[in-house]
Ligand binder design. Structure first.
Ligand code: NAD
Length: 331
């Protein structure tokens, strides 16, 4: 093996080790030690080296898995349908390539997209049987999540009973901590000499994984629901109609989503939010672009890690915080 080859192999191993450690800090301990931007750069480097050297991709590489793990202290429960992650777009070029991939996967058909805010919280899955909330979990490793039903029952935006008695519905969304609650919580922790949360996402994740649900209840969490995971009954045909229906059922659905006729309109909406992102009362780390037609979504399918019909557009790095210590400055 040449020196150059050995160097790449070593770097790949180093990246896997580092990223796995950051995943543990972030998903299990809720205590990241680097910013998301720094993390994304490591992951991009890993993906690039693996794409250039596919024979060295290992099944335990963080590129092959959905990030989380199930924490001890909570029951580990299987998802009915895996909860995947999203592919990332780091600029307009990546979005245009996504559009090309989608349209070629659909033999050149016209595609409508829905653009949503990417709420920076924790993915949750809620099960309703005959309209009654029976189970709530985290995403975990995508196959198994943590059963946090008792904690989620304390979140007022989560209905315990729906407005229709649907036989079975699994709905997915994001639990989050509003910025003002996050600032107050950290002020209180500082006074009490406790460790501060790095950002609202970590505060929400930490609050939902409390064994004492009274602590969760005191944390003023909220949740936006953004997808139907599984439904017994006819599907609503499009993602946008699904969102409208979820709202009618009593869920909190973010109103800042937009149906776009083409990628140009998507790009325009992304540019607008890049400027307005800090005006919101909750943190977002980008936008999510989804194919609107559920039939087209099904035809596109998914890879092991993420659906082919959706992508996360991450805001450019200059707007990201630069060090972990500054992380609370621009929430
Ligand atoms: P992701 O953040 O790239 O995107 C998937 C997630 O987006 C979903 O699981 C869901 O929770 C969320 N989401 C929010 N709004 C949504 C909407 N409207 N529709 C669909 N999904 C929506 O994926 P991930 O696997 O959760 O996390 C990876 C990211 O986490 C990295 O890119 C990095 O930014 C961050 N991270 C940081 C560290 C660190 O040490 N700083 C470590 C691990 C991960």
């Amino acid at each position: 093996m040449s020196d150059g080859t050995q160097r790449i192999k070593n770097r790949l191993e180093e990246l896997r080790r580092e990223i796995n450690q950051h995943n543990y800090q972030y998903y299990v301990l809720d205590q990241p030690t680097i910013t998301d931007d720094q993390y994304d750069r490591l992951m991009q480097e890993l993906l690039r080296l693996e794409a250039e050297n596919p024979e060295w991709v290992t099944s335990d590489s963080p590129s092959q898995r959905v990030g989380g793990q199930v924490q001890k202290g909570f029951a580990s429960v299987p998802h009915r349908i895996p909860m995947l992650s999203l592919g990332n777009a780091f600029g307009e070029q990546d979005l245009k390539e996504f559009d090309r991939r989608v349209r070629s996967g659909l033999d050149g058909e016209e595609v409508e997209y829905v653009v949503e805010l990417k709420i920076d919280g924790l993915a949750i899955s809620l099960w309703y049987e005959k309209g009654i909330f029976i189970r709530g979990t985290t995403r975990g490793d995508g196959e198994f999540g943590e059963d946090i039903t008792a904690n989620l029952r304390t979140v007022k935006a989560i209905p315990l009973r729906l407005k229709e008695d649907i036989p079975f519905l699994e709905v997915r969304g994001e639990a989050f901590m509003p910025k003002d609650s996050f600032v107050k919580l950290n002020e209180m922790r500082e006074e009490a000499g406790e460790a501060l949360f790095a950002n609202p996402r970590n505060a929400a994740a930490g609050s939902l994984r409390q064994l004492d649900t009274r602590i969760t209840a005191s944390r003023n969490l909220s949740a936006f629901m953004y997808a139907i995971g599984y439904l017994e009954g006819p599907d609503p045909g499009s993602h946008a109609r699904g969102l409208a229906w979820l709202r009618e059922l009593g869920f909190r659905v973010n109103s800042q989503h937009k149906v776009c006729e083409d990628m140009e309109e998507v790009l325009e909406y992304c540019r607008r939010w890049q400027e307005k992102r800090f005006d919101l009362p909750y943190a977002i780390d980008g936008l999510v672009i989804k194919v609107n037609s559920l039939q087209q979504q099904q035809r596109l399918g998914a890879t092991l890690k993420s659906p082919r019909w959706a992508i996360a557009y991450k805001f450019p790095a200059e707007q990201a915080v630069s060090t972990i210590r500054d992380i609370t400055v621009r929430v």
